[in-house]
Design a protein around this ligand. Structure first.
Ligand SMILES: NC(=O)c1ccc[n+]([C@@H]2O[C@H](COP(=O)([O-])OP(=O)(O)OC[C@H]3O[C@@H](n4cnc5c(N)ncnc54)[C@H](OP(=O)(O)O)[C@@H]3O)[C@@H](O)[C@H]2O)c1
Length: 272
């Protein structure tokens, strides 16, 4: 029974695989026997890879390929196929968001939200996923198998609740709004997923979204966390490794009848 969850020997691309969640996905999949190709926007040497993933650098290769750079994505994918063969799974994990510590206009009212920030976030989170699918998907279609996993967010299903951020205006004396671009980009993923799931279904390429809730990290204000946890039925944030299981499930043969779906892993945030 457990064998159906195996990813042993599978070739898996993780975009943004050096970030906090990407590191988890890359490391846990490699430990489970997968060959992992990380597509990173910055160069990363083999020695750095060994230092970050001790004992796993023969199963993890970092390619220097921004998800916004189609030529680099094609070059990385061609080299990957020559080295390890056609990938079995593509995890579109790379993503950016407006930082709460960013410039005031990045976190200001919608009416004056600068188009530059909209373009940056949509460019990585939505256009970047489209480009990765465009480059990698046809190889999977030709091989008549593949699983594409698009990493979404609860803010792609529901709007950010601005009340969670109201403490900042009281504290800093200037308006603060969670910006529109991240939410719009992640909701766009849901229908990009459905579109490609139906487009490639006849070729046995599956496409699903995973929708994640908030991960426990040190860089949140206490006021935010207290208000946020009131709205999470499980009453806590996710531990950093709590999304690994669903990602391995979707990359494995345990999910061969799943496509076009949205798997929600958010502690119940969107259930209320
Ligand atoms: N953390 C959460 O609570 C949470 C909740 C819901 C959903 N998510 C989603 O989960 C995914 C991972 O988030 P995270 O928390 O791990 O964020 P993170 O630590 O900032 O990691 C994101 C990674 O994406 C990479 N990246 C950014 N732009 C790129 C580009 N153009 N090409 C290739 N890679 C690029 C970053 O590269 P650098 O290393 O060079 O910066 C970084 O390694 C994102 O899609 C995010 O929206 C996260």
């Amino acid at each position: 029974m457990n064998d159906i969850f195996s990813v042993d020997g599978k070739v898996i691309i993780v975009t943004g695989g050096l970030g906090q969640l990407g590191t988890q996905f890359s490391g846990s999949l490699a430990k489970a026997g997968a060959k992992v190709a990380i597509y990173s926007r910055r160069p990363f040497s083999r020695a750095e890879t060994e230092a970050k993933f001790p004992g796993l650098s023969d199963r993890i290769t970092v390619y220097h390929a921004s998800v916004q750079d189609e030529a680099a994505l094609r070059a990385a994918t061609d080299e990957l196929i020559r080295t390890w063969g056609v990938p079995h799974a593509l995890i579109n994990n790379a993503g950016i968001d407006s930082k709460p510590s960013g410039p005031a206009e990045q976190n200001g009212p919608f009416e004056t939200y600068p188009r530059q920030f909209w373009d940056e976030v949509i460019g990585v989170n939505l256009t970047g996923v489209m480009l990765c699918c465009q480059v990698v998907g046809p190889h999977m279609a030709e091989a008549r198998r593949g699983s594409i996993i698009n990493v979404g967010s609860m803010y792609g299903m529901v709007s950010p609740n601005q009340a969670l951020y109201a403490y900042r205006e009281k504290r800093d004396g200037k308006p603060f709004f969670k910006a529109v671009s991240y939410a719009a980009s992640k909701s766009g993923l849901l229908n990009l997923t459905r579109y490609l799931a139906t487009y490639w279904a006849a070729k046995n390429v599956r496409v699903n979204t995973v929708t994640f809730g908030g991960v426990k990290t040190a860089n949140f204000d206490k006021e935010f966390i207290d208000a946020f946890l009131q709205r999470v039925p499980l009453g806590r944030q996710a531990e950093i490794d709590e999304f690994n299981g669903v990602v391995q499930f979707l990359a494995s043969d345990a999910s061969t009848y799943m496509t076009g779906s949205n798997v929600v892993v958010d502690g119940g945030f969107t259930a209320w």
